[in-house]
Design a protein around this ligand. Structure first.
Ligand code: FMN
Length: 366
């Protein structure tokens, strides 16, 4: 039994551990003929890369990606293109400091996966959290860069909309601002406040959670496969599979429970062509598990980093009571670097559903 693969027609398998020699993925099912060079993937990886600000782990990983297979260039292809065969990507780990993790060899970090990996497998690569480390998400981001190639004309963007208890002011939302501050925050005022707030959290040896919003614009109506591969169900599963994610919302999500029917339903008017115009988008662009053609909007909540410098009570592998302080290099808010990961998962789900839709009902050639 193994579960390191997701997707059906656009199928991603990731491999690797935090302190192993390398990690990577195999993307199977990518259509042939798409222009693809390592730089396309690197640009996305650079947005997730650690050590870029004082608000993320200081582990120095260049995350340089190599494409091992699935692409070809000769005089007829006009640049390097996908061949339709499996695309293998590899990213070397170069800045492991395994001695930082000797404390967690025999004790379990509360809130991390140390106990459950031990309970399940009986053997655990404790260095940097092994396979449970979010180093694995680099491979997802790499796969997501390929998924974006399958989805031309679809813009997938993400932002941190809440850090700890502090939310953005949506009236100040500016997508360009997301790339200007180190917190992926779309609100310049909130970004400045959050920097001060997070500095304090970091200096206290603590951590905070965050909410990330991912928006995909340009997907047509019709993607999603009721009833067991509804688009919202697959997005939720993809987001929940990201490390530290504890909740997912589609559209207005949990807030819709407090609304009345006439407030919640997105009213419709005739549009110019075949498509109607929706007067709101509380549904997050999905009805009945099928995209409406509106922006697809989804959020996920990320818990506070569990590896913190503050002492916590725990147990050892042999069941004795112990206290643990987690040294090593950790993000004070893992939600920040989760933004490109969320975008990548959305891209992979949409690429898969685009291909599945084309397979079942045809059309939709891009
Ligand atoms: C981008 C990213 C970076 C992360 N970095 C850390 C980290 O430095 N330290 C840590 O304890 N957890 C980190 N995590 C979270 C853990 O990987 C996660 O909590 C752990 O695997 C247990 O899984 P669960 O929280 O999903 O139950 C990170 C998560 C993400 C998304």
């Amino acid at each position: 039994m193994s579960h390191n693969t997701f997707g059906h027609l656009f199928r991603v398998t990731t491999f690797g551990e935090s302190h192993g020699p390398a990690l990577g993925c195999v993307v199977d099912g990518c259509p042939p003929g798409l222009p693809l060079v390592a730089e396309d993937i690197q640009a996305e990886l650079d947005r997730r890369r650690p050590g870029q600000s004082r608000f993320t782990t200081q582990r120095r990983e260049p995350d340089a990606v190599r494409i091992l297979s699935g692409v070809f260039e000769d005089e007829r292809t006009g640049g390097q293109r996908t061949t339709g065969t499996p695309i293998a990507l590899v990213i070397d780990n170069v800045d492991q400091r395994s001695k930082d993790y000797s404390d967690i060899r025999d004790s379990f970090r509360p809130g991390h996966a140390d106990y459950t990996y031990d309970a399940k497998y009986g053997i655990r690569d404790y260095r940097g959290g092994g396979r449970s480390s979010a180093r694995e998400t680099a491979a997802r981001v790499a796969a997501g860069a390929i998924a974006r190639k399958v989805l031309p004309g679809i813009a997938i963007r993400g932002a941190v909309v809440q850090m700890g208890p502090h939310r953005v002011d949506r009236d100040r939302w500016d997508w360009d601002e997301v790339g200007r501050n180190p917190l992926f925050c779309p609100d310049p005022v909130a970004a400045a406040e959050w920097e001060r707030y997070l500095d304090g959290i970091r200096k206290e040896g603590s951590s905070v959670g965050a909410v990330i919003e991912i928006v995909a614009e340009g997907a047509p109506a019709g993607w999603g496969a009721p009833v067991y591969a509804k688009l919202d169900a697959d997005i939720a599963a993809a987001f929940m599979s990201i490390n530290a994610v504890k909740g997912v919302e589609i559209g207005d999500g949990f807030a819709t429970a407090a609304l009345r029917g006439e407030e919640n339903a997105d009213e419709m008017r005739p549009g110019n062509g075949d498509s109607p115009v929706f007067l709101s988008n509380r549904a997050g662009g999905i009805l009945g598990g099928i995209s409406t053609g509106q922006p697809i909007v989804a959020r996920f909540a990320v818990k506070p980093t569990s590896s913190i410098l503050q002492s916590r009570r725990t147990v050892t592998r042999s069941g004795e009571a112990a206290d643990i302080v987690t040294r090593g290099r950790h993000d004070p808010c893992v939600g920040i670097r989760a933004v490109p990961v969320g975008e990548a998962m959305m891209a992979c789900v949409l690429a898969d559903h685009y291909l599945r839709h084309r397979g079942q009902v045809g059309g939709g050639e891009r």
